[in-house]
Design a binder for this molecule. Structure first.
Ligand code: ATP
Length: 277
C-alpha cells in the first residue's frame, strides 16, 4: 500500500523529461521523496543525477513535467526565495574566498535576520560545533583551511539558514578516506537530529547504502530502483542494480551469499532482511 500522501511529500518529480538538443538525459521521471528521507542517488556517469538534483532549486529547468517542493510547483516560486529554504553543498570548495569562515557561514542567515546579528552569531557557532569544527577557525579564510575543513564549512553554510531540504552533489568526493568517513557520520547525525530532507548524489555504492534511507539508482535517465538499502541489496530490481550490489560485496571482500559487514546501518538492516528471507 502506498502511504505517501501529498502532505508528507517534500519533493516530487512529475513526468520529468530533460533533453539537451537531441540528447535525452531524463525520461519520464516520476518520484516522490517523503519529508525527512535521506535519498542517495547513484548511477552511471551521465545518467542524469546532477540534472535531477538541480531541478529542485531551479538551477536547471526541465524540458517538460513539473517539480514540486512542499506541494508547490517550483516554476511558481521565485528562485531566490526557493533557494533560501534549500541548502546546497557540492564537491570542492564553494566558499567565498575573500570572506572569513564566520562571514561565509553567516551570509544567508544575515540576509534572513538582518537585525538580529547576535542570533546569527550563535547559529554560526552551533553549526561549527555540529560539523565538528573548532571556533578558532572562525577568523580564517578558506585558503587557510584543509580540504576537509573547507568541506565542513561548506556544509555548515548550506545548513546555517535551517533549510527544510538539503541538496548534496558528491560533497565528499574530494576528501581523503578518513575525513570522508567522519563527514558521512556527521551528515547522518545531522539528518537524524534535524529531520531535514536530504538528496545526496554519490558515485560510491557503499556511501549510498550507508547514508540513504532510500537509494535511487539511475541509469541512462531512467529509474532502475528506488528502495530502502536493504531492499536494494536483497532484491536488486535490474541487472544494472545487481552489478552495483556485486561491486559492493566485492569491495567488502565477502562471499556473494553474504552482505557487506561494513559498519553501517544500511548493511545491518540488509543483513537482517536477508536473514529473515
Ligand atoms: N548544459 C549541458 N549541455 C549539454 N549537455 C549537458 C549539459 N549538462 C549536462 N549535460 C549532459 O547531460 C547528461 C547528464 O548529466 P548529469 O550531470 O546530470 O549526469 P550525472 O549522472 O550527474 O553524471 P556524473 O556522475 O558524471 O556527474 C550528461 O551526458 C551530460 O554530458
Amino acid at each position: 500500500m502506498n502511504t505517501t500522501t501529498t502532505s508528507n511529500v517534500a519533493i516530487e518529480y512529475r513526468d520529468i523529461c530533460k533533453s539537451y538538443g537531441e540528447k535525452s538525459v531524463l525520461e519520464h521521471l516520476d518520484l516522490k521523496i517523503p519529508r525527512g528521507e535521506f535519498v542517495t542517488m547513484i548511477g552511471s556517469s551521465g545518467s542524469g543525477k546532477t540534472t535531477a538534483l538541480k531541478m529542485v532549486n531551479r538551477l536547471i529547468e526541465p524540458t517538460s513535467g513539473d517539480v514540486l517542493v512542499d506541494g508547490r510547483n517550483v516554476r511558481d516560486v521565485d528562485p531566490i526565495q526557493l533557494r533560501r529554504n534549500i541548502g546546497y553543498a557540492i564537491q570542492g570548495s564553494v566558499l567565498f574566498p575573500h570572506m572569513t569562515v564566520e562571514d561565509n557561514i553567516s551570509y544567508v542567515p544575515n540576509l534572513l535576520n538582518k537585525r538580529d546579528h547576535e542570533r546569527t552569531r550563535k547559529a554560526v557557532r552551533k553549526w561549527m560545533d555540529i560539523v565538528g569544527l573548532p571556533d578558532d577557525l572562525l577568523e580564517r579564510y578558506p585558503s587557510e583551511l584543509s580540504g576537509g575543513q573547507q568541506q565542513r564549512v561548506g556544509i555548515a553554510r548550506a545548513l546555517a539558514a535551517s533549510p527544510d531540504i538539503l541538496l548534496m552533489d558528491e560533497p565528499f568526493g574530494a576528501v581523503d578516506e578518513i575525513t570522508r568517513g567522519q563527514l558521512q557520520a556527521e551528515i547522518a547525525r545531522i539528518h537524524r537530529k534535524t529531520g531535514i530532507t536530504v538528496m545526496f548524489v554519490t558515485h560510491d555504492i557503499a556511501e549510498a547504502l550507508r547514508l540513504g534511507t532510500r537509494v535511487l539508482v539511475l541509469d541512462a535517465g531512467k529509474v532502475q530502483q528506488y528502495s530502502a538499502p536493504e531492499e536494494i541489496l536483497a532484491r536488486p530490481a535490474t541487472a544494472f542494480v545487481e552489478q552495483l550490489v556485486l561491486r559492493q560485496r566485492h569491495a567488502c571482500d565477502l562471499p556473494e551469499d553474504q552482505l557487506c559487514a561494513c559498519n553501517h546501518s544500511g548493511a545491518a538492516r540488509a543483513r537482517a532482511a536477508l536473514a529473515a528471507k
